[in-house]
Design a binder for this molecule. Sequence first.
Ligand code: PLP
Length: 379
Amino acid sequence: MNKIMYLDAAASALKSESVIRAEVDFLQNGYANAGRGICARAAAVDDMIAHARADVARFINARPDQIVFTSGTTDGMNRIVHIINDRACGAGIKNKTVMVSDLDHHSARLPFELLSDSDMCKIVLCPMDENCNLICSDLPRADVFVITAMSNVIGMPQDVASLVAAARKKNPDVITVVDAAQYVVHNKIDVQKWDCDFMCFSAHKIGADTGLGVMYMKNPERWGWPDKFGGGMVSKITGSAAEHNLALQWEDAPAKFEAGTLPLTQIIGLPVAIDYWSANRPNLDLIKYLYDRLSGNSRIKIITPRDATLFTFYVPDMHILDFGASVGARGVCLRVGNMCASWIHKVLGIRGTARVSVGPWNTMDDVRQAADIIESVVK
Ligand SMILES: Cc1ncc(COP(=O)(O)O)c(C=O)c1O
């Protein structure tokens, strides 16, 4: 059997022993629900969740009450649309202008595109230079600004702080929303430096489990209504819908935004993953090696710069799915297709690309063998 070279960290990271052990230990020895019980075991789980929240807050330079656990970046981005469009904010984003960019992943832009499609808001584009970097000059005025901190196709960090500041110059009330799903993999996030209103990432991209994400809210109390309703988020209910006098008193944030049982096991694993990942970031020399080795190959068109966090390319005259299947059959696990980022592919004039991304588990040997196989397949 072929050796498997898992070169798809940007899609989802493999899990460290420490994360697996923490989750198994919790499931075997400490499991109970959080925020529901008063027995010692339930209290211990409450403590673990509080500690995890505090660790996540430290990780991105935020306060614990600004951290809301979601099920992932997609969930966070969709929820933000509803939170900022809430009924306590009057018209919400109706008739407002939402600035998106061609770097966006479908999960960051589609929720707003769909609102625009039903004439709820107007979409404008953030300008981008010829190297696919978002630029601050000539930003259109916007009420909401969706910023992809690092594209999952181009793999270059964007200057989020300057983009936020430039958008605020045009409109001091602009709501800035950062998709940090890829940025968090390679860079330290500082939400205070960015000064954004919202930021989302997925735990599974930094070696924690699936089904868990983080949504940072700069001012949780600013948003009168939560977007989800259920257990754990309401402290008092008076009146009734039948008598049209239902009144709800929310718990304080973040509980107000965390209706229902949280993904406890995944949350327990997250601080362990953060520790592991912070000490073992992916070695980007592997990406540079691929760039140097394959940039001379006339059959391959590389679209990422040498110092990107990803190696993205295509093979003219070869269907990218055929390419992916051929290298995949020989053990090279990479991503092919439009990467859920169809806008950047449209800008580049190509239907699909292949993407190599590395995690802490990958070695120079992996990329050397992958390059051998890629070269033999495109020959
Ligand atoms: C830039 C970017 N945004 C958003 C997402 C969506 O993340 P998830 O599928 O974990 O919700 C991804 C996942 O690939 C991504 O790369």
